[in-house]
Write a protein that binds this ligand. Structure first.
Ligand SMILES: [Zn+2]
Length: 49
């Protein structure tokens, strides 16, 4: 069972990435450092529903 989630940039709040995760394996909200083209740098991206 995999869940589709959206990752938003913590700085500009743009929805930059869509990923899937396994809720059983990873029940907490994920945070990933990813490139944001709006900020033009690597920022923390957080899971949103
Ligand atoms: Zn950004």
């Amino acid at each position: 069972m995999r869940e589709k989630i959206i990752l938003i940039c913590e700085e500009c709040l743009n929805r930059n990435y869509t990923v899937t995760k396994n809720p059983q394996k990873n029940p907490t909200r994920i945070e990933l450092k990813k490139y944001c083209k709006y900020c033009n740098k690597y920022t923390i991206h957080k899971e949103t529903k």
